[in-house]
Design a protein around this ligand. Structure first.
Ligand code: NDP
Ligand code: MG
Ligand code: MG
Length: 339
C-alpha cells in the first residue's frame, strides 16, 4: 500500500533560520508563497523585474526580488515556472547563485525526470506536487483545509531531505489532506498521462464532440450544452465524494443502463491510451513539446488558436451566467487577477 503522511508526520521547525525562495507567482507560485508565509515560513518571491506579478505579490505583503537575488539568499528554492522555461532559468539564474547545499524543489517532475535540469549531487532535490490547480491550493488553505500532494525525493545528500520535503508539504497545508509518497518518474509519467488521456485530452474532446453530434442532429445548442457539459460538474462532485458508484447511484436506472451498455469507449480507446503512455515513457512526448517550445512554440500556438473556440462555448458564457455559484467564482479576486 502507498505510504501516506499527515500533519503529525512533519515538523515546521525544520524551517527555523531558513529562507525559502518561490520562483514564479502564477497558479502554483502565488499559492505556495502565500500558504508558506501564512504558516510562518520566511519566504522571498523570485520574479523577473518586468513581471506583471511583482506589484501584485508585494501588495499581498510578500518580499519580491529578481530571480538570481532571491536564489542567492535561499536555503530552499521552489521552481514554479512553466515547465518549458525552467531549464533556461535554472542554467542562467538559479545554478550560478545557488548556496552550497541549498535544496531544489519542484511541483512536477518533468525537468528532472527527462534530464533538462541536472543539479549537482550536493543539492537535495525534492518534489511537492499538489494534485489540484494552484488557485484551489490557496483557496483550500485559507478555508482551513488542504489539497493533497504527492511527494518525492530525488537527491538526498545530507539525509535530511525527507523531513524538509514533508515540512514543506505541511506549510503548504497539504498534510491536512495527506501526502502520498511517489518518485519523480512515477509522478511525471502518470501526471502527463492523466492530463493528456483522461482529464483534459479525454474529457475535453469528449464533451465538445458530444455537443457537435447533438447540434448537428438539429437539437438546440443550449440544451446540448446542459446535456453533455454542464452536468459534468455535478457528477464529478458526487464521484469525488463517493466514487463512481455514488455518481451512478444518484442517477436513474435508465442512465445507469445506458452507461453500462455504451459502445463509445472501446478496446481501441485503451490501445490509444497505451500508445500515448508509451510516448510519455520513452520521452518522445516530452521531446516533441520541448523542441516545439525551443523553436518559439509554432505548433503549440497554432493548436491553442485552433482550440480556442470550443463549439460548446458558443452558448457557454450565457448559460454559466445563469448560475450564482459560477458568478461567485468569477468574482474571486485571486483568480481574476492572475487569469
Ligand atoms: P504559471 O504559468 O501559472 O506561472 C508561471 C510563473 O513563472 C509566472 O509568475 C511567470 O511570471 C513566471 N515566469 C515565466 N517565465 C519566467 C522567466 N523566464 N523568468 C522568471 N519568471 C518567469 O505556472 P504554473 O503555476 O501552472 O506551473 C508551475 C509549475 O507547477 C510547473 O512545474 C507545473 O507543471 C506545476 N504544476 C502546476 C499546476 C497548476 O495548478 N497549474 C498543478 C501542479 C503542478 P511572468 O511571466 O509574469 O514574468
Ligand atoms: Mg496532474
Ligand atoms: Mg501536469
Amino acid at each position: 500500500a502507498a505510504t501516506i503522511w499527515y500533519e503529525k508526520d512533519a515538523d515546521l521547525s525544520v524551517f527555523e533560520g531558513k529562507k525559502v525562495a518561490i520562483l514564479g507567482y502564477g497558479s502554483q507560485g502565488h499559492a505556495h508563497a502565500l500558504n508558506l508565509r501564512d504558516s510562518g515560513v520566511d519566504v522571498v518571491v523570485g520574479l523577473r523585474p518586468t513581471s506583471k506579478s511583482v506589484d501584485y505579490a508585494k501588495e499581498q505583503g510578500l518580499e519580491v526580488k529578481p530571480v538570481g537575488e532571491a536564489v542567492a539568499e535561499a536555503d530552499v528554492v521552489m521552481i514554479l515556472l512553466p515547465d518549458q522555461y525552467q531549464a533556461k532559468v535554472y542554467k542562467e539564474e538559479v545554478e550560478p547563485n545557488l548556496k552550497p547545499g541549498a535544496a531544489l524543489a519542484f511541483a512536477h517532475g518533468f525537468n528532472i525526470h527527462y534530464g533538462y535540469i541536472k543539479p549537482s549531487e550536493d543539492h537535495p532535490v525534492f518534489m511537492v506536487a499538489p494534485k489540484g490547480p494552484g488557485h484551489i491550493v490557496r483557496r483550500e488553505y485559507a478555508a482551513g483545509r488542504g489539497v493533497p500532494v504527492v511527494v518525492a525525493v530525488e537527491q538526498d545528500p545530507d539525509g535530511k531531505t525527507w523531513p524538509l520535503c514533508l515540512a514543506y508539504a505541511k506549510a503548504l497545508g497539504a498534510l491536512r489532506a495527506g501526502a502520498i509518497k511517489t518518485t519523480f518518474t512515477e509522478e511525471t509519467e502518470t501526471d502527463l498521462f492523466g492530463e493528456q488521456d483522461v482529464l483534459m485530452g479525454g474529457i475535453n474532446h469528449l464533451c465538445d464532440l458530444g455537443f457537435d453530434v447533438l447540434t448537428e442532429a438539429g437539437y438546440q445548442p443550449e440544451i446540448a450544452y446542459f446535456e453533455v457539459f454542464h452536468e459534468l460538474k455535478m457528477l464529478v462532485d458526487l464521484a469525488n465524494e463517493g466514487g463512481l458508484n455514488k455518481a451512478r447511484w444518484s442517477c436513474s436506472d435508465t442512465a445507469q443502463y445506458g452507461d453500462y451498455t455504451s459502445t463509445v469507449i472501446t478496446e481501441e480507446t485503451k490501445k490509444r491510451m497505451q500508445y500515448q503512455l508509451k510516448r510519455i515513457q520513452d520521452g518522445s512526448f516530452a521531446k516533441e513539446f520541448m523542441d516545439d517550445q525551443a523553436a518559439g512554440a509554432p505548433k503549440f500556438k497554432q493548436l491553442q488558436e485552433e482550440y480556442s473556440h470550443p463549439h460548446l462555448e458558443t452558448v457557454g458564457p450565457k448559460l454559466r451566467a445563469m448560475f450564482s455559484w459560477n458568478n461567485q467564482v468569477d468574482a474571486d479576486a485571486d483568480m481574476a487577477e492572475s487569469f
